[in-house]
Design a protein around this ligand. Structure first.
Ligand SMILES: *[C@@H]1O[C@H](CO)[C@@H](O)[C@H](O)[C@H]1NC(C)=O
Ligand SMILES: *[C@@H]1O[C@H](CO)[C@@H](O)[C@H](O)[C@H]1NC(C)=O
Ligand SMILES: *[C@@H]1O[C@H](CO)[C@@H](O)[C@H](O)[C@H]1NC(C)=O
Ligand SMILES: *[C@@H]1O[C@H](CO)[C@@H](O)[C@H](O)[C@H]1NC(C)=O
Length: 555
């Protein structure tokens, strides 16, 4: 009974070129422009009556008005009536984008008086909801079966928050099979092949699925893949990550030259020797890549890669190696972080992916709870704009365990054992909209969307880490880890494509223990300068052509 074609599209969260979103944007834009033009028109009109002889001005103004109004009038004929109050919303929003963070937060909360006396006055409930949901006016246009829709075809935002579980008439029972069926019907995704392949990707050779997890072929709806990248010195993170994620991990290993052998040894070690190796075998799929200029001397065929087991009385290949030991460091190579990110993403077998950094550990139970949330199919999943689901990120000090749930995290935050991620390094890169409210809100049983934000205003440089899909823009492979800003250009593309950021509650990432402090690194500072030039002079102009522009978006 459920999935119409439209539903599938919106629930999948993958509408990169979503025509509805585009249309919506154009219409909103027209409405905004028209309301300004009408005001100008009225002023001109009054002016022309007060000041005699304004005929020329008026007639040119008048014809301009007519021109501008025409498309809106045509649109209005084919669209449900748009309450004029939304124009008011629109204006405040656009203003907000250029304001300071504090103002923006306060402004979101400010009640917006309806501009049209014909509109019923906003109820306190709705005002509160505008505060929770600054982009609430985007609602509509998608047909939602059994949804709470008021008489105008304009969904009451308050109901979305208050009544979401009941709204669509079913509640997840916890029955796995049923959950799976429901997610499957909603996503309507495609299963992928799970083959070992040797590929070229720009200047890189890629051994895709070089060491495969034992899970075999997966159905695209059944779980979520954590996609990530590393060199072998980071592989000590894999078991702690898997203990919490407990689901597939697709990991691209950068292994140029003589880094190849220890990389393969480390994979063997993880599969044979560590406590938790069962998780590694079950879930971790390794891809290996290196520059065509730094090919290892010899590479076993994938089927032979694991033939000889690792001697487990030897230490882990990643034990006590400094990154200065790497071939990469000796040859002064840059770490091609975005090549790795994209390889790992492309090889994922599931519809939903969490593209993350291997040192960021999610809270346990996230996968199941997320899929349960998808299965509940709440109204915010019917919104027309494309979306991703960011996670809040935290750091804990070196002596602390990694908090397992939000309640424990809040305890750590209170006692200073945990802080928001990169608070001491680059607060605005990882600042999450409504993070204060998020941190003070008590844990609840279900995973849910806490707030819908945008990458504008204070958050214009936000580099969110989120659950998304492979329909989301890829990462620019010209950017390196050393040059920093490696996720900025993707962030810009998301902003221009009008993505909504559905920030998840009761879900978070914690960095491997140890709080990062700002260290002086002259080489990185120099490379970061070069990267900024590259972005400003080359990549940004490209992105404007490829994705277009939008007010409030910046790299
Ligand atoms: C949810 O909606 C139903 C009717 O659809 C209403 O009776 C109930 O009070 C609502 N619950 C909340 C919490 O608003
Ligand atoms: C494994 O390594 C240990 C320590 O170096 C060594 O004594 C032992 O002989 C090795 N075992 C095999 C089978 O190579
Ligand atoms: C780690 O390596 C350094 C030198 O590379 C060495 O001095 C130190 O003892 C090693 N630590 C351990 C625990 O093996
Ligand atoms: C949040 O949880 C704490 C501790 O369990 C409790 O004392 C407090 O009343 C809760 N706050 C709300 C708003 O439920």
């Amino acid at each position: 009974m459920l999935p119409s074609a439209k539903l599938n599209k919106t629930t999948a969260g993958n509408m990169r070129f979503e025509p509805l979103g585009q249309k919506m944007f154009t219409r909103r834009n027209w409405l905004l422009r028209c309301s300004i033009l009408i005001n100008v028109g009225v002023i001109l009109y009054v002016g022309s009556h007060v000041m005699i002889g304004g005929g020329n001005n008026f007639s040119s103004g008048g014809s301009f008005l007519l021109q501008e109004q025409q498309p809106a009038a045509l649109q209005a004929a084919s669209q449900p009536p748009q309450p004029i109050a939304k124009n008011g919303n629109e204006l405040t929003q656009l203003e907000e984008k250029t304001q300071s963070p504090l103002n923006a937060v306060e402004n979101e909360a400010a009640p917006v008086p309806p501009a049209d006396p014909g509109e019923p006055p906003a109820q306190p409930q709705q005002i509160e909801d505008v505060a929770k949901d600054p982009v609430g006016e985007i609602f509509d246009a998608v047909q939602v079966p059994n949804a709470n829709v008021n008489g105008n075809g304009n969904r009451n935002a308050a109901n979305v928050e208050m009544n979401s579980t009941q709204a669509d008439g079913y509640i997840v029972t916890g029955d796995e099979k049923e959950l799976e069926e429901r997610v499957r019907a909603l996503l309507n995704c495609y299963d992928h092949e799970y083959e070992q392949q040797t590929l070229q990707r720009g200047d890189f050779w890629v051994l895709e699925n070089y060491v495969q997890a034992d899970h075999g072929k997966l159905k695209c709806h059944e779980t979520i893949t954590y996609t990530t990248h590393a060199d072998y010195t980071f592989l000590d993170n894999l078991v702690p990550l898997l203990e919490r994620w407990n689901a597939p991990v697709s990991i691209a290993m950068h292994a140029p030259g003589t880094d190849f052998q220890p990389t393969l040894d480390a994979i063997r070690y993880l599969r044979d020797c560590v406590a938790g190796n069962n998780l590694v075998r079950a879930f971790a799929t390794f891809h290996v890549y290196f520059s065509t200029k730094h090919i290892p001397k010899s590479i076993p065929k994938a089927k032979d890669a694991l033939k000889t087991g690792y001697n487990c009385s030897l230490p882990a290949p990643y034990f006590n190696v400094s990154s200065g030991h790497l071939y990469k460091a000796q040859k002064k190579l840059l770490y091609p972080v975005n090549v790795g990110r994209n390889i790992a993403r492309d090889a994922a077998l599931t519809h939903f992916i969490l593209a993350s950094d291997i040192e960021l550990y999610p809270n346990p139970g996230l996968v199941k709870k997320f899929l349960e949330m998808i299965a509940r199919n709440e109204l915010y999943l019917h919104r027309a704009a494309p979306r991703v689901f960011p996670l809040s990120i935290f750091e804990v000090d070196g002596n602390s365990p990694v908090p397992r749930d939000k309640t424990e995290l809040q305890e750590f935050l209170r006692t200073g054992k945990a802080i928001p991620f990169h608070k001491r390094v680059c607060a605005s890169c990882h600042g999450v909209p409504k993070s204060k409210e998020w941190m003070s809100a008590n844990e609840t049983d279900e995973l849910s969307v806490f707030h819908i934000g945008k990458r504008t205003g204070y958050y214009v440089h936000w580099e969110p880490i989120y659950i998304g899909t492979n329909a989301d823009p890829h990462y620019d492979e010209r950017l390196s880890w050393e040059g920093k800003s490696d996720k900025m250009t993707q962030g810009y593309a998301l902003c221009v494509l009008d993505y909504e950021f559905h920030i998840l509650d009761n879900a978070f990432l914690v960095h491997k223990p140890g709080i990062k402090v700002l260290k002086k690194d002259n080489r990185r500072a120099m490379l970061a300068g070069k990267t900024n030039q590259l972005i400003r002079k080359i990549i940004y102009p490209e992105l404007k052509i490829m994705y277009g522009t939008r007010k409030g978006c910046a790299v």
